[in-house]
Write a protein that binds this ligand. Structure first.
Ligand SMILES: [Zn+2]
Ligand SMILES: [Zn+2]
Length: 357
């Protein structure tokens, strides 16, 4: 069982930023399947008081003199802590991404998502900055902004988009919210566009004008019990949507996993080619999703960029790209300034001539 060391200086103010950072660290620890021990000095233990600790965590207060000498204080901007692995190796880790990597999180939900946990705009932006992101995008499910939860979760937009639905619009509220946020270039206005069965975005064209990124997701296929028919439907929707001009295809094959269908490996090369000709990035996303390295390898061979998205539904997930970085490294992208990664700068000079909705 790995042991974490968390040391806070007596002078560290108990700020909102520190609280977010501690929540973030606890979330990182909670992701471990085998549990963990967390050694804290007195100040750190005090600050953790009142925060929800992961179930499998053993917390111990340790006198500061007993900490390994290498353990630095947990403080902004990097928020350093240490981990001792089972083999005795002690390494220092940081919560913050290296700003030189200029990584963005293009997929963040808001408090308007029916499935959000604890989102609010101010803390979300603070968490994004704390994470060391270059930029972040609020990208709400478009369908959820027009439909009731019941209609949305029953895919009632699927046959004919919004035209076949009873609307319960919250879109103006969303647009207002985005307009109110500080326009300092750190965050982007966006949607996670739902697609109907024709591959058309479920959004009103006028409302979509505000969006600075074109990101869409295939959230369902027509025949989830028939693997081949599902594959055909998936490719059709992807082809239609990509033909209308997308920047990012969110969690490309997740729908197969969610529908308990086999991995559609036959589609990897055709989709990668479609993405290439549509100049669209493939999102790497671990939100209830197990991306297949084989698909991303083909994307890299085809010159398709990989976009980083947390698909955060809760604050602690914003900008948490630890799995992304490990995955990219295993794919051979160890230089995180590589052009293989889709970035903020890739949003310039995009072709916006085609109508998505
Ligand atoms: Zn999605
Ligand atoms: Zn999402």
């Amino acid at each position: 069982m790995d042991a974490f060391f968390l040391k806070l200086s007596g002078e560290e103010p108990e700020s909102a930023e520190l609280r977010l950072a501690l929540k973030r660290l606890l979330n990182r620890i909670a992701k471990r399947k085998d549990g963990a021990r967390l050694f804290c000095n007195r100040k750190a233990a005090q600050c953790l008081n009142g925060l929800k600790l992961p179930d499998a965590l053993l917390l111990e207060t340790l006198p500061e003199a007993d900490f390994p000498a290498e353990v630095a204080f947990f403080a902004p901007p990097a928020f350093l802590y240490a981990v001792r692995r089972d083999n005795g190796e002690l390494c220092s880790e940081q919560l913050q991404l290296n700003p030189d990597w200029a990584l963005s999180d293009f997929h963040i939900h808001t408090d308007m998502a029916y499935c959000n946990v604890d989102m609010n705009d101010a803390d979300a932006l603070a968490m994004g900055r704390l994470a060391g992101l270059k930029s972040m995008a609020f990208s709400e499910h478009s369908g959820q902004l027009y439909l009731s939860p019941d209609d949305y979760w029953h895919d009632r937009y699927n046959p004919e988009g919004l035209s076949g639905c009873v609307l319960a619009p919250r879109i103006q509220e969303y647009l207002k919210k985005l307009k109110k946020l500080p326009d300092d270039g750190f965050f982007r206005k966006s949607f996670e566009l739902d697609l109907d069965r024709h591959g058309k975005a479920v959004v009103d064209c006028g409302d979509f004008q505000i969006s600075e990124i074109r990101m869409a997701a295939i959230h369902q296929v027509m025949t989830p019990t028939d693997s081949l028919a599902a594959q055909k439907d998936f490719l059709f929707r992807a082809e239609q949507a990509l033909g209308r001009g997308l920047d990012i295809l969110a969690h490309p094959f997740r729908v197969f996993e969610w529908d308990h269908l086999p991995r559609p490996v036959e589609l990897y090369a055709p989709l990668a080619r479609m993405l290439r000709s549509g100049n669209c990035a493939a999102e790497l996303n671990f939100h209830s999703n197990t991306p297949d390295p084989a698909f991303y390898r083909i994307c890299l061979e085809e010159g398709v960029k990989i976009a980083t998205g947390s698909d955060a539904h809760t604050l602690v997930e914003i900008g948490e790209l630890a799995f992304h970085l490990k995955f990219l490294k295993e794919l051979g992208v160890s230089d995180l300034t590589s052009n293989a990664i889709f970035r903020e700068s890739d949003l310039k000079n995009r072709d916006r001539s085609r109508n998505l909705c």
